[in-house]
Write a protein that binds this ligand. Structure first.
Ligand code: RB5
Length: 150
């Protein structure tokens, strides 16, 4: 299951990506908002990240003006590794090397076609594991107050 959430600035892009997920026959839950009225992004990012943290959802996608605010807020939730992407290379490597479980996109930055390419790549690329697993574990250890080793 995939979770989607957006603020007013991410609404149009969220709709585009929801359409892509429909085409791909991938199930998702949409936490909104579905209005253009200005709304703060942190509660939306927090709620979506919570469903990934709990295991209710495997992955999440967040949409705001730049993707940055949503990404920052989501990464404050334990267990979340969220990336802002404006290119396909970062989308791919963030899965291969960083095992990202959330993707943030900026509705004022990336157009719908590029966003769809990014999303497809991000969804379809597996985590490489191996030496990268150790590094991801170090990142997650920081949440537990552990100093990362080398
Ligand atoms: C809203 O104007 C804007 O600040 C928000 O969508 C997002 O870009 C924040 O990072």
């Amino acid at each position: 299951m995939i979770v989607l959430a957006n603020d007013h600035a991410g609404l149009d892009l969220k709709k585009e990506i929801a359409g892509l997920l429909d085409d791909m026959n991938l199930p998702y839950i949409d936490l909104g908002v579905n209005s253009r009225e200005s709304v703060g992004y942190p509660p939306l990012a927090w709620k979506a990240a919570g469903t990934v943290r709990s295991g209710e959802c495997d992955r999440g996608m967040l949409f705001c003006g730049t993707g940055v605010g949503m990404c920052l807020a989501a990464n404050k939730v334990r267990g979340i590794r969220c990336v802002v992407c404006t290119d396909c290379y970062t989308a791919k490597l963030s899965r291969l090397h960083n095992d990202t479980n959330m993707l943030a996109l900026g509705g004022r930055v990336v157009g719908p076609d590029l966003a769809k390419m990014i999303v497809r790549i991000w969804l379809e690329t597996p985590f490489e594991g191996g030496r990268h697993a150790k590094r991801v574990d170090m990142i997650m250890g920081i949440e537990e107050g552990r100093e990362p080793g080398v």
